[in-house]
Design a binder for this molecule. Structure first.
Ligand code: ADP
Ligand code: GLC
Length: 474
């Protein structure tokens, strides 16, 4: 099979979160399974772009409304990622450092998608399937089906994977002229609640829709940032496929970001060495359990609850644990978390920003990872943490629910709580401190979680079966 993935992120080219990790790994494992998987993404001005070799494979001329422009498609020359990687360059729109967060993101991602479809239409042979990820690629299933210009692509099946339905790419109808002329009877396929909604459009137009965990799919029918009714209506074509993790990148025995490698058998000493480095660097006390948070400091992740939960933990449980935070996001959350430093008695620290190598060291050196998410479509952090023997403390939602069983339940190994509220977090921190005190039980749990299999192989097969069900037998 030949599959084209279209995404705004792909690790290590450009990553803002888990979408990048998944699109950097899934195609690699599809290729290893004997298929041709390609990734197309925007050509941001990232370090990866500067440090690798490229060849120009296509130049095209197209338009975004009345603006006509030349775009260039380049391909990475050395198969560095284990699959074919293509970047689309549009001067003035994509030639920037950041992935998201510009006022003209609607223009940027619409133009990107037009170029992708234009370029594929120019091919002599067509791919077997186009797999689009999140709203940034969400207009493609519509364009392929209903834009006159791309009629020759109509029979190519499309699959949408929803990594996060909170972001939908809403655009006012004043931007409708950006989209190449379409069959006007199908205008409703672009629309949700009076705006152009690229994510809703993809749910309507893609042949199949997947979510990155089973529980998240169930949740979308009652909590989908306004799309609940759509998910209820389209449930027949939706399926949950749990993400895997790239066990080649995330491996405590070989991780390129940590110095002290360890295996299941040497996890105690190995983790302690990384913990020592963290404690020295952030002035924390080694003897206490180290609880970390890694992620975007936004409401979805429950980050706004953390400052008070830390304060309450110190107050009610005592200064029996360390907290270390890595992330950036809402300025008021950053401000409150920064402010907590003044309370610290060598038991709290924070690094504001994005730091890939520090995140690896934290997965390795921490005792627990806290994820109080309000919404968590899958969540990769808890899976990475477990591979490094770090016990997850998670809210019972989405992918966290599907991957973590409370250690109080049969066969369990993590700490799970039900509500995204300070009280539940504080109580879970207390349980973590208790568990840390039971050395033997903790050792058992660490060994157990390091053995859990979150590799991509199973999920890749589920995607391949899904694709196969859509591709006509030749
Ligand atoms: P999301 O994609 O919703 O942010 P995921 O759990 O799927 O959440 O993935 C988050 C990914 O981003 C993980 O690889 C995590 O280690 C990484 N990450 C998040 N914030 C940071 C940060 N500040 N520095 C380094 N890595 C981070
Ligand atoms: C999104 C979700 C996260 C998921 C990731 C990869 O960013 O918020 O839960 O793990 O995508 O699918």
């Amino acid at each position: 099979m030949e599959i084209i993935h279209v995404s705004a992120e792909c690790y290590p080219v450009a990553k803002a979160g888990g979408l990048g990790d998944v699109v950097g790994a899934l195609p690699k494992y599809q290729t290893l399974a004997g298929h041709t998987a390609k990734v197309v993404m925007p050509m941001y001005r990232t370090k990866f772009l500067m440090e690798n070799e490229w060849e120009v494979v296509h130049k095209g001329y197209t338009n975004l409304g009345s603006w006509w422009f030349i775009y260039t498609v380049i391909k990475e020359k050395t198969n560095k990622l284990g699959f074919d990687l293509y970047l689309i360059d549009i001067n003035g729109l994509l030639d920037r450092e950041k992935i998201y967060g510009y006022d003209d993101d609607a223009e940027r991602f619409t133009a990107f998608q037009i170029c992708v479809v234009d370029w594929i239409a120019a091919w002599k042979h067509h791919p077997d399937l186009i797999h689009v990820h999140d709203y940034h690629a969400g207009l493609i299933p519509f364009m392929i089906r209903y834009c006159y210009r791309y009629q020759q692509l109509q029979r190519i099946p499309t699959v949408l994977t929803i990594h996060n339905a909170e972001y939908q790419g809403w655009m006012g109808w004043d931007k409708s002229h950006f989209i190449p002329e379409w069959d006007s009877w199908k205008t409703g396929m672009l629309e949700w609640k009076n705006t152009i909604n690229p994510l809703a459009s993809a749910v309507k137009c893609a042949w199949k829709v997947t979510t990155v965990s089973h529980s998240y799919l169930d949740e979308l029918r009652y909590a989908a940032n306004g799309l609940e009714a759509l998910f209820e209506y389209e449930k027949g074509k939706c399926v949950g496929i749990l993400n895997g993790i790239d066990t080649k990148v995330w491996d405590p025995e070989t991780d390129i970001y940590i110095d002290n490698h360890y295996s299941i058998h040497s996890n105690k000493e190995g983790k302690l060495k990384s913990k020592k480095i963290l404690c020295e660097r952030f002035d924390l006390e080694l003897e206490k359990p180290l609880i970390v948070f890694i992620g975007r400091l936004v409401g979805e992740k429950g980050a706004d609850l953390i400052p008070q939960a830390i304060g309450d933990s110190f107050y009610y449980i005592g200064r029996k644990m360390n907290f270390l935070i890595l992330g950036s996001g809402f300025p008021n959350v950053e401000y409150q978390l920064e402010g907590l430093r003044t309370l610290s008695k060598r038991d709290y620290s924070i690094y504001i920003g994005y730091n890939e190598s520090l995140s690896h060291l934290m997965y390795a050196g921490a005792d627990f990872i806290l994820m109080p998410s309000r919404v968590e479509p899958c969540g990769l952090n808890q899976m990475y943490a477990m591979r490094y023997g770090t016990v997850p403390i998670v809210r019972n939602t989405g992918g966290l629910r599907d991957t973590v069983i409370d250690y109080g339940d049969e066969g369990g190994y993590g700490i799970r709580f039900n509500n995204p509220v300070v009280g539940d977090i504080t109580q879970s921190v207390w349980r973590a401190v208790e568990l840390y005190g039971q050395e033997e039980r903790l050792d058992e749990i660490r060994t157990q979680i390091m053995q859990l299999d979150f590799s991509w192989e199973t999920s890749v097969q589920q995607y391949l079966d899904l694709y196969q069900s859509l591709i006509p037998v030749k």
